[in-house]
Design a protein around this ligand. Structure first.
Ligand SMILES: Nc1nc2c(ncn2[C@@H]2O[C@H](COP(=O)(O)OP(=O)(O)OP(=O)(O)O)[C@@H](O)[C@H]2O)c(=O)[nH]1
Ligand SMILES: [Mg+2]
Length: 569
């Protein structure tokens, strides 16, 4: 670690602080399967940084903090009292006894513990312990009985039936430079303490074991067995202090049973180098596992990002399909049915007529011209039928797209959640009909502009004037809707004839090539307008997604911050 010189420590501290900020920034707004675990990992990471890594890096020379942990009734409070030589923490026969942790330190070390440097979430209390002390506070006990440079915490039980106790014990152990793990001859193979010991081993924390309440003649056997269990968990270097079952005097263990542990702790406290080694081991271990834990958070943020993307894609594909459907329908003759066809027949007669006149284009033209001049009201009726056909098509497809996107979201991770917060999404937006009406009017405007601008030379202009701009516009709309004429079945004759006779007329006015271009352009303009309208509809889905999409790239920020910490070690 680069922390030996003041500079390295400062740089590591700022890297760790930046990592903390990056972790703090992360949210998991979508309730994905991975989110719960990731939220917990995030909270634990923050707690470990706040309770241990940051305060430790900030003051490498602060006293070594030893946390006495273990199962309820193992004798933790009795041990701490015995180390101090008087009752500083309340032992008891009711399980669990210790609810509020007690920190014992040398009076000279008070400044390290009185403030929020470590365990900032726990209020400090002083004075004599009290049976009503709760889990939200840390009782500080200054005493000459412990050496300067070492503080001991009596923690609540790790496997408590009381959840607050368990959580607090976990938090305290995470804040420890050294775990003094108390177990008994009867319970040293219990599962829960071993889960914690394994965690300590994985984190590389410094651990010492107190094997309490052992019958004198069983000490060797149990110690050997426990040592082999510790080795299996990668804790082979943890010293074991066995305490023989004895009767207590004034609630304290006999001195001869605690002397070895007292001596070991005093030596540790008195020797800056071995104290630093213990601190270094635990800090290094904590920094080692940091990257892996951060990576868990990273993959959960990536899962959030991917889910958000998939939701946005589903909406995009639904509206893409809607545009395609409109594009097909405006070209394949679909719109030349029903009402439109009826108006057209009133306008120019029946399919039979078209078939007959196909060969005699001039007659068509004459009749047509006469009709356009004589019946502007009929041309308007046809125009309206065409417009309402377009409007209905665009509205239907908008409805289908909203339903398709909604159905996709129901099946996608996170989709249900967004639909419940944005219930309007399952229908098109409220003013969609108005906007479609405007779209159709605007498109009609496009068509009239095109018709007018075709009058480039005088002859064309004269012809266009002869037929009338509005009438030609209506016929152009009609031809636009049949220009690929993918019409089948019984309507072929009628609708096909419809297109052909309209086309002949337009050719007479504009010339052959111009008609094909005009029809193509008219169709493109309509599709463009529909695309814009559907894009606006789709935006509502994107808006919903954006509420769960972080603005910053958390994954990259986290990885960078974690790498920076590793570089400064
Ligand atoms: N005879 C005898 N009794 C002990 C010994 N150690 C602890 N006890 C008793 O066992 C009971 C539990 O001891 P505590 O020290 O309160 O245990 P603890 O681990 O602090 O328990 P929690 O605070 O509930 O987690 C108390 O009644 C102690 O007096 C021992 O070595 N010998
Ligand atoms: Mg206790």
């Amino acid at each position: 670690m680069a922390g030996e010189s003041g500079v390295g420590g400062a740089r590591l501290l700022s890297a760790v602080g930046a990592l903390r900020a990056a972790i703090d920034d992360v949210t998991f707004p979508l309730d994905l399967p991975s989110a719960d675990a990731a939220r917990l990992t995030r909270r634990r990471l923050l707690a470990q940084l706040d309770d241990y890594v940051i305060p430790r890096v900030a003051s490498l020379d602060a006293p070594l903090l030893a946390v006495v942990g273990g199962s309820t009734g193992a004798g933790k409070s009795t041990l701490v009292n015995s180390l101090v030589g008087r009752e500083v923490t309340l032992p008891g026969i009711l399980r669990p006894t210790t609810r509020s942790p007690v920190l014992v330190h040398h009076p000279d070390d008070e400044r390290w513990f009185a403030g929020p440097r470590i365990l900032p979430s726990l209020a400090r209390i002083t004075g004599r312990h009290n049976a009503s002390d709760g889990p939200g506070a840390l009782r500080l006990v200054p005493t000459d009985a412990v050496a300067p440079g070492l503080a001991v915490i009596d923690a609540p039980d790790v496997d408590s039936v009381v959840e607050a106790n368990r959580d607090l014990a976990g938090q305290l152990l995470a804040a420890a430079d050294l775990w003094i793990f108390v177990t008994t001859a009867a319970r040293y193979a219990d599962a829960v303490p071993w889960v914690l010991l394994r965690e300590a081993s994985e984190r590389g924390a410094s651990v010492a074991i107190v094997l309490d309440r052992v019958a004198a003649d069983a000490v060797d056997d149990i110690r050997t067995h426990l040592a082999s269990m510790l080795r299996e968990q990668g804790l082979g270097t943890a010293p074991i202090f066995a305490i023989v079952e004895s009767s207590l005097h004034d609630g304290l263990l006999p001195d001869d049973q605690t002397d070895r542990l007292k001596g070991w702790l005093a030596a540790l406290a008195g020797d800056a180098q071995s104290r630093a080694a213990v601190v270094r081991q635990t800090l290094d271990g904590a920094l080692d596992v940091l990257t892996g834990r951060v990576e868990e958070v990273v993959s959960a943020t990536e899962a959030q990002r991917d889910a958000a993307r998939t939701l946005a894609d589903a909406a995009s594909s639904a509206y893409g399909q809607a545009v395609d459907a409109v594009r097909d329908a405006v070209a394949d003759g679909t719109l030349l049915r029903g009402e439109v066809l009826a108006r057209w027949q009133e306008f120019v007669g029946t399919g039979e007529f078209f078939r007959q006149v196909e060969s005699t284009v001039s007659r068509v033209r004459d009749r047509f011209a006469a009709f356009l001049k004589g019946g502007p009201a009929k041309a308007d009726e046809l125009g309206e039928a065409l417009q309402s056909g377009v409007a209905t098509l665009v509205a239907d497809r908008a409805e289908v797209a909203a339903r398709t996107a909604t159905r996709a979201w129901h099946a996608l991770p996170g989709g249900e959640q967004l639909l419940s917060t944005h219930p309007g999404l399952k229908r098109p937006s409220l003013d969609v009909d108005e906007r479609i009406a405007r779209l159709v009017r605007d498109w009609q405007g496009d068509i009239l502009t095109m018709v007018r601008s075709e009058g480039r030379d005088r002859r064309t202009t004269a012809r266009i004037m002869a037929y009338g701009v509005n009438g030609l516009g209506v016929v152009l709309m009609l031809v636009t809707f049949a220009s690929t004429a993918g019409i089948t079945g019984a309507e072929v004759g009628i609708a096909g004839g419809t297109a052909i006779v309209g086309q002949k007329l337009l050719e007479a006015a504009f010339g052959d090539q111009a008609v094909r271009d005009l029809a193509r352009k008219a169709r493109e303009q309509l599709v463009e307008r529909v695309e814009a309208l559907y894009a606006a509809e789709q935006t509502r889905f994107e808006g919903a997604v954006s509420t769960v999409q972080p603005e910053t790239d958390h994954a990259t920020a986290l990885r960078r911050a974690a790498a920076a910490v590793q570089e400064e070690r």
